[in-house]
Design a protein around this ligand. Structure first.
Ligand SMILES: C[S@@+](CC[C@H](N)C(=O)[O-])C[C@H]1O[C@@H](n2cnc3c(N)ncnc32)[C@H](O)[C@@H]1O
Length: 376
């Protein structure tokens, strides 16, 4: 394998030379013998920030590829006493060995199936960064994390989670769903609910502490605590979202039902089981915001700063976002500017999920009144 050296964060990394794997002048990271995707740098940058808040002594990077995540946590956060870098692909672990030597990192390298490994070893922070869906690794990673430790999942199978593909939504996440106007948020809530259910099997409670959507993926972080009662309590906060495809009226309920819109009388769309609670733990996000100053060297520093700003604002509202463009079209009105709607509603904010959306604790009627007022 012909390698090139790149720099990401404070790590010098050897990766396969993309030029060798181009097809018709194009390159996809999955065509190389070992996977490295520069488009996921923001995901890794934010993960470094998250790990700096958690300060784990032990980390398992279960699907490590080049080793980049574990290496970055070790070097950029520090204090890691036990680091396991695992990948089932022997070419990946061969490359990880080169990369840990190059960066003078002490780590255990394993060439194992992640699931069997995660049933044998424990850590304070477990990172699951798969191709597509994290579902096959949820139970084992929750098993592997110690009490009050953390686990982070990346999901790139948004077509399942947003319910563009109903059959894979059902297969991977037990979702009975339609695509809703706030599908980006519904998707992350569907993923969280799945993790909560899998944790409950092990009598553990997985509290979502930080989540975000970016580009083509979700990243969700949980603190995992032992206790059947705690798990039951989280299970009771899942439910189903309903939305009228004609007027946008929405409801949330604990149960899966065939609901008709009380205004239009037609079948409402549905999505669930979804997590109905908060997506962000206030303390955790504030710590991230404080810690960010230590990472001003990151290329994505300003993007992360902006993302955290928006998340801090939107985290006040647990209701899914409203799409102003869609509600305006139902009302046959022009689309008012988001800032004007936010001002009109008084308690509302932008959302990082969608630049056309707003979050608010106000009902749809009040949002509609504002749209009418601003376009009259
Ligand atoms: C998306 S890549 C990981 C990317 C890496 N975390 C990063 O940030 O660059 C997924 C990796 O998981 C590995 N993998 C897939 N299934 C696995 C399994 N069951 N056990 C262990 N490794 C697996 C693949 O070989 C691949 O290297």
């Amino acid at each position: 394998m012909n390698l090139i050296e790149i720099k990401e964060g404070k790590v010098s990394l050897l990766v396969p030379n993309p030029k060798d794997y181009e097809k018709n002048g194009k390159f996809d990271p999955s065509w190389a013998p070992v996977f490295y995707n520069p488009r996921m740098k923001l995901n890794r940058d934010i993960s470094v920030l998250i790990v700096s808040v958690i300060k784990p002594k032990s980390i398992i990077d279960a699907l490590s590829a080049s080793g980049i995540r574990g290496l970055r946590y070790y070097i950029e956060v520090g204090g890691v006493e036990k680091l396991i870098l695992n990948d089932k692909n022997p070419l990946a672990t061969e490359l990880i060995r080169k990369n840990i030597e190059k960066n003078k990192v002490e780590a255990q390298i394993t060439t194992r199936d992640a699931n069997s490994l995660l049933y044998e070893v424990k850590a304070e922070f477990v990172d699951i960064d798969p191709f597509g869906s994290p579902s096959p690794f949820i139970l084992s990673s929750i098993n592997s994390v110690i009490n009050k430790g953390y686990v982070a999942f990346t999901a790139t199978d948004l077509s399942a989670l947003e319910c563009s593909s109903k059959s894979s939504a059902r297969r991977k996440y037990d979702l009975i769903c339609d695509k809703l106007s706030f599908s980006k948020e519904a998707g992350i809530r569907g993923l969280i609910a799945k993790v909560i259910r899998e944790s409950a099997i092990l009598e553990k409670a997985a509290y979502p502490v930080f989540s975000f959507y970016f580009d083509y993926y979700y990243r969700v972080v949980f603190r995992v605590e032992s206790g059947a009662k705690k798990a039951d309590n989280l299970l009771s906060k899942q439910g189903y979202y309903y939305e009228c495809p004609k007027c946008g009226l929405r409801e949330a309920s604990e149960y899966l039902e065939k609901k008709k819109c009380p205004k239009c009388g037609i079948d409402m769309k549905k999505y669930g089981p979804a997590w109905l609670g908060t997506l962000w733990e206030k303390d955790f996000v504030e710590k991230m915001r404080d810690k960010l100053n230590d990472f001003s060297y990151l290329d994505n520093y300003f993007t992360i700063n902006k993302l955290l700003d928006i998340i801090i604002k939107e985290s006040k509202y647990d209701n899914p976002y409203y799409r102003i463009d869609i509600l305006s079209s139902y009302l046959k009105r022009n689309i008012p500017k988001r800032e004007y709607i936010i001002k009109c509603l008084g308690s509302a904010s932008v959302t990082h999920f969608d630049y056309r959306g707003i979050k608010s604790d106000k009902g749809m009627d009040e949002v509609n009144e504002c749209i009418k007022k601003l376009t009259s």
